[in-house]
Design a protein around this ligand. Structure first.
Ligand code: NDP
Length: 277
């Protein structure tokens, strides 16, 4: 598995597994657990969840899927901004740990910016680190100005990632957020890398996929993964999809492919507001 480095120097896989909407339907549970375990077998050991997903159902599903395999996993979860006060963050993390069936989260993120000052949430993250309940902390859905403010906040330099929307149809971060993160050695985590499945249906992507005997989802993932310091976390709920996504690591897009994709999905030519799903 190709890896990238966190600012602290540890390596993490560039291809992980998302879990939004997983755990919502009892009838799909067995297939979802089998998919996450297949992903682990393939080396997609970074698993992303959040207290928000299914109001804890996703974390419970992840907990079940990683039972007996906790040591293999780089576990990411998120606190809601409405819980991100000093005590609220600690209580939310403890609830997440119970649902996940573990005593430590590898990377704990602030899901998006709320009303709590950054310094207060960071102080809670530091307390959780001191107690051994999280290994590192990061943020999600933060734009360039948020990142500047975070860097100035007390303890802000310890941030391990910013998880943001990034795919062929959402390229705004290429203008500023992405190059700035690359420059300071901060990996970005690209969420919705297949645009929630929609990128599987663009003829321009299909055409390139056909040339490589690949699928459009694989082209979408290979395109995100071409960037240095970017981690993609596609969500798959079938073994077929997770295998297909893993195989995208071997797909190398040519200069001609990239040119065609730029024509169909133009890069930003100026700053754009950060998009969110
Ligand atoms: P994705 O771009 O990962 O797309 C998921 C969809 O694509 C599902 O419908 C899935 O279908 C389908 N899919 C997966 N693999 C394939 C394939 N090989 N071929 C065709 N279709 C495929 O969207 P998500 O929004 O789920 O984003 C990924 C993860 O990022 C989330 O699950 C979550 O963990 C995180 N996230 C974080 C956010 C944040 O605010 N921080 C916001 C949104 C997402 P199926 O399920 O049937 O396999």
């Amino acid at each position: 598995m190709r890896t990238t480095k966190l600012p602290s120097g540890e390596s993490v896989p560039v291809l992980g597994q998302g879990t939004w909407y997983m755990g919502d339907h009892p009838s799909r549970r067995a297939a979802e657990i089998a998919t996450l375990r297949e992903g682990l077998d393939l080396g997609m050991t970074l698993i992303d969840t959040a207290e928000m997903y299914g109001d804890g159902l996703s974390e419970e599903l992840v907990g079940e899927a990683i039972q007996g395999r906790r040591d293999e996993v780089f576990l990411v979860s998120k606190v809601l901004p409405s819980n991100a006060s000093r005590n609220g963050t600690i209580a939310a993390c403890e609830r997440s740990l119970r649902r996940l069936g573990t005593d430590c989260i590898d990377l704990y993120l602030l899901h998006w910016r709320g009303r709590t000052p950054f310094a207060e949430t960071i102080a809670a993250f530091e307390q959780l680190q001191d107690a051994g309940k999280i290994k590192r902390w990061g943020v999600s859905n933060m734009d360039v100005r948020d990142m500047q403010e975070l860097a100035r906040a007390s303890g802000g330099e310890a941030m391990a990632t910013n998880q943001v929307l990034y795919n062929l149809t959402r390229r705004g971060i290429e203008f500023d957020l992405l190059p700035q993160a690359q420059q300071r050695g901060l990996p970005l985590m690209a969420y919705s890398p297949i645009e929630q499945g929609r990128l599987a249906h663009y003829p321009e992507v299909q055409e390139i996929a056909d040339r490589h005997y690949a699928t459009p989802a694989q082209v979408a993932l290979a395109w995100v993964l071409r960037q240095q310091g970017v981690i993609a976390i596609p969500k798959a709920s079938s073994v077929e999809h997770v295998r297909e996504n893993h195989a995208a690591l071997k797909l190398e897009l040519t200069a001609e492919d990239l040119e065609e994709l730029d024509a169909a999905f133009p890069p930003p030519d100026g700053p754009e507001p950060l998009e969110m799903i």
